[in-house]
Design a protein around this ligand. Structure first.
Ligand code: ADP
Ligand code: MG
Length: 374
């Protein structure tokens, strides 16, 4: 078995204030039909409405998809992998406002809970089952660390913002593994305990963002859950990491003061390296450039038969058009793109038209894009 990656897209519903807006992102299954089992996202070319781009994913989740469905289809299968001793890494990627935090953390109600609380709930259930099935011969311990990376500096989210060192925590190599020196790791034995720690840390996240005069959308928040299974003779450690990434929008377009440029440069670099790692893993390349950014290095992304899930969050409305295309191009580093030209006959726009030309090209030779590369 080797490291593997899944890239899926999730389109959020229209928000209240968007109900009268144009939906420009559509979905279809691989064979072009709309059968409800979507794998393709289609979006108009912003430069030419008569043309559209389509992007293939492992799966595409439409607007009405529930938190439960995302968890059951994508995350639940990874728990077995984790308990078999392998690392699992789950990213939410996308522009600010597309649903990353909703997907990872979610809302307060049971139905609204996101990937992270559901993952923990599932981990604790499995712990209890293992301990019961082995009559206590296997002990399982769960501990977590939670940190953010802002401008390439690592901050512990269990630390109140006033106690932070502005330069962040150092990272060091220790027997081939990268560790964050001084990062707290808190044992937590129940879901209730987890929720308490996680909520407190999220308050630290937003207050520290205010102190740094930065918005939390400009940092990556990384929750790491360490699972240790101990028997009389063996100790097996594996980690599940869940990451709410910094917004992928290009701040240079809207806000070009010096601080924003530094932020943008570090966000772009880390997202670029992430895309390269995801591509290398999906192509089963032997060299994965995970050492080239702090985040992928700390995560050891793509090492040790790890499993990576990338959820690409998308907003369906036109105001996100360029950013959505840029997000889709990001994921396309691993996916095939199909460029379809449709006839430009505005008077028949509501009719289904035959495709005038369909060209399949791989990510490396795209001719009419990207409009805004990372
Ligand atoms: P991001 O973290 O990417 O900036 P958020 O998760 O904060 O985006 O989502 C932006 C807004 O959209 C929030 O008000 C959130 O509640 C809402 N939202 C996002 N995804 C969904 C969804 N699948 N269903 C309902 N509301 C959603
Ligand atoms: Mg967010």
């Amino acid at each position: 078995m080797s490291s593997s990656v899944r890239v899926v897209a999730r389109i959020r519903p229209l928000l209240k204030q968007e109900l009268d807006k144009d939906t420009i992102v559509t979905t279809e299954s691989t064979d072009g039909e709309n059968t409800g089992n979507s794998t393709v996202v289609r979006i108009p070319n912003p430069k030419n409405d008569a043309e559209s781009f389509s992007f293939q994913f492992n799966s595409v989740y439409e607007q009405h998809t529930t938190q439960q469905q995302i968890f059951d289809n994508e995350v639940s299968p990874t728990v077995k992998h984790l308990f078999n001793g392998f690392d699992v890494t789950i990213f939410a990627y996308g522009v600010t406002g597309t649903g990353k935090t909703h997907t990872m953390r979610g809302g307060k109600t049971l139905a609204d809970r996101g990937v992270i609380p559901r993952l923990l709930s599932s981990i604790y259930r499995r712990c209890r089952k293992i301990e019961k099935d082995t009559a206590g011969a296997t002990q399982v311990e769960v501990a977590m660390s939670y940190y953010e990376i802002y401008c390439d500096r690592v901050y512990d989210l269990f630390e109140p913002p006033e106690k932070r060192t502005p330069s962040g925590l150092p990272i060091r190599d220790n027997n081939g593994k990268t560790v964050v020196v001084g990062l707290m790791e808190k044992p937590c034995t129940t879901l209730k305990e987890f929720e308490h720690l996680y909520d407190q840390a999220n308050i630290n996240r937003s207050t520290s963002a205010t102190k740094l005069n930065a918005h939390s959308s400009r940092s990556h928040a990384i929750l790491c859950v360490k699972v240790t299974q101990t028997t009389e003779t063996t100790v097996q450690v594996s980690r599940a990491s869940a990451i709410d990434l910094a917004g992928s929008e290009d701040n240079r377009r809207t806000d070009n003061n010096k601080e924003r440029l530094v932020e943008s440069a570090s966000i772009n670099k880390s997202l670029f390296v992430l895309a390269q790692c995801v591509e290398a893993i999906s192509k089963k390349q032997s060299r994965i450039p995970y050492r080239e950014s702090k985040m992928t290095r700390i995560l050891s992304l793509g090492q040790n038969n790890g499993l990576t899930l990338m959820i690409l969050n998308l907003a369906p409305v036109r105001s996100y058009h360029l950013d959505t295309l840029s997000s889709l191009n990001f994921a396309n580093r691993t996916k095939k793109i199909e460029v379809c030209e449709v006839e430009n006959e505005p008077e028949f726009r509501t009719m289904v038209k035959p495709l005038a030309a369909t060209t399949s090209i791989s990510g490396a030779n795209i001719t009419r894009q990207p409009l805004r590369p990372l």
